[in-house]
Design a protein around this ligand. Sequence first.
Ligand code: SF4
Length: 350
Amino acid sequence: MSVGTRVDVAIRGVRVDAPVRRAGGAGPSDDGHLLLGGAGAAIPLDPASPYVVRDGSLWLGDADLGIPARPVDRPRFYDLVTEDGVPYERLARLHGADVLATTVVQTCVRYGEADRCRFCTVEESLRAGATVAAKTPEQLAEVAEAAVRLDGVRQMVMTTGTTAGPDRGARVLARAVRAVLRAVPGLPIQVQCEPPADLAWLAVLHEAGATAIGIHAESLDEQVRRAWTPGKAAVPLTAYEAAWDEAVRLFGRNRVSTYLLVGLGEDPDELVDGAARLVARGVYPFVVPFRPLKDSLAARDGATPPDPRVVRDVTERVAALLRAAGMTGAAQQAGCAACGACSALPAAGA
Ligand code: SF4
């Protein structure tokens, strides 16, 4: 599958009935989950899209593109309920074909309108009753065991809304990792949080058994950060750099990643230069096209997705940097870079 087609469909969406989808939640993606060309892909579901999945293939209008395509099947673990009566589906979701993803704490100290990341809807799924505010370690262990046994899940992503303490959410992540690994020894798990104010929390996460970590700046452009992630922008990029370096020391090179969103008004050349600096320090820049989520501040303000040509250009240049450094998403074993469904980087060979 060409990078151009992969990017275009990620931005223009697809017409298909996808049983595995999420509407809102943490971070910048809400999509239907498909297998495109055999790889997991998180693609906006849009009844007006020129792309359609039909007869096991991806079509553009009346043209069969010859790319195998099908929605990911609804996993069996979605039909189970915990011993304390909570549907598993409200505790963790299937992403792609084999990733279990959960937001351990579904609230964020930065969710006030002045501070909130404008692309994020972490508390909207809570308001809609699609999830619960805080998942206990025991609940997550129960769901992970079932998802691995019944549905072939191969890795887990744990994110969290930011909490008020100096751990920024690392404390609850570490407890969840320990519990899941007791239930499913050896399951690769990626944790995601802001840079802890006390970097010792990174060692706690590593000692808990996490395989990889995402510390997501979203943008390296200070003006973009102030406009799009005003709360997080209060944490200087130097704090991110210190956290990335400490995380690389603990977890290893290419076990640390950050989202870089394309389409927030940044200069593409500066984005690629910043990605090169990340690669040089052993951090995988997970390049993802911005898409405005329903109920986000960005959608309310009428923000639109980026030009696919820009996304393709940036993706191909960052993929070349990653290939030259020998850093693949798959080598992270767990996390968004290992999954790849929200990015065109895998289609570009990274
Ligand atoms: S890249 Fe991350 S957020 Fe996207 S589908 Fe994969 S695990 Fe989920």
